[in-house]
Design a protein. Sequence first.
Length: 255
Amino acid sequence: EKKIRRIDSAKDKSRAREKDSDRLKVEENVFDVPTLKILYTLSNKGVIKAMGGSISTGKEANVFYAEGPDKELAIKIYRIASSTFRAMDAYIMKDPRFTNIRNKKRDIIFAWTRKELQNLKRAKSAGVRVPEPILAEKNILIMEFMGEKEAPYPLLKNTHLENEEAKSIFDIIVEYMRLLYKKANLVHADLSEYNILIDPNNLTPIFIDMGQSVTLEHPNAREFLYRDVQNILRFFSRYGIKDKPEDLFKKIQAE
Ligand code: ATP
Ligand code: MN
């Protein structure tokens, strides 16, 4: 009961932080009754010790900070009510792992959440630094919090870098794209400075947001990889990196 109150007060806290009325609506949409029930259950099981504030409000999901039994957690909650799930449809319906799900919005969102968990696991096994995936339950994904003392690590987009630092981060990103492709059989498919965090302790990248990542069997996998390559090169061009997209695209796929 104490835990329930903690979740409720976290809910209030996150509401209080969001002054803007559109955002307020979004926050209300995220904590629907089924979602709250799962959070209570996870809290009773000891998976979540306390909910914290809102880290991010995205198009389809909200991310919250939470305390786990032994480490900090990030809880990504896909909104059932207000998500633009049509985009999800295109990614998931052609993925052989998810062809037999019923074509219903809720089921697509649940499958999407499980897919993100699986993609993170595969990426981690391939040696790509990602938040450690912990569990997926319906529309809720629990993973390792990448940050310190409740402050998430910055996005690549918001990091100020010297050219040399940028070059070494770029090289690791390319290596991660190659490991994803070669070892995990995956293409991130939404890779950009918005979905890469930077660990300020060692200036290394962390890939996040892998719900839309596809296996190489996906008919558009190479097209998505090419787009990822273009996004990364566009961002790093300001640091003097001038690789050609065609060359990098080939390098990632080379033996
Ligand atoms: P959508 O496409 O549905 O809008 P999103 O872009 O909102 O998804 P993410 O990119 O996964 O979802 O996460 C949103 C933000 O939350 C990130 O930019 C990052 O700042 C923060 N975040 C996500 N995962 C973690 C994590 N494991 N640790 C710390 N911060 C995280
Ligand atoms: Mn994102």
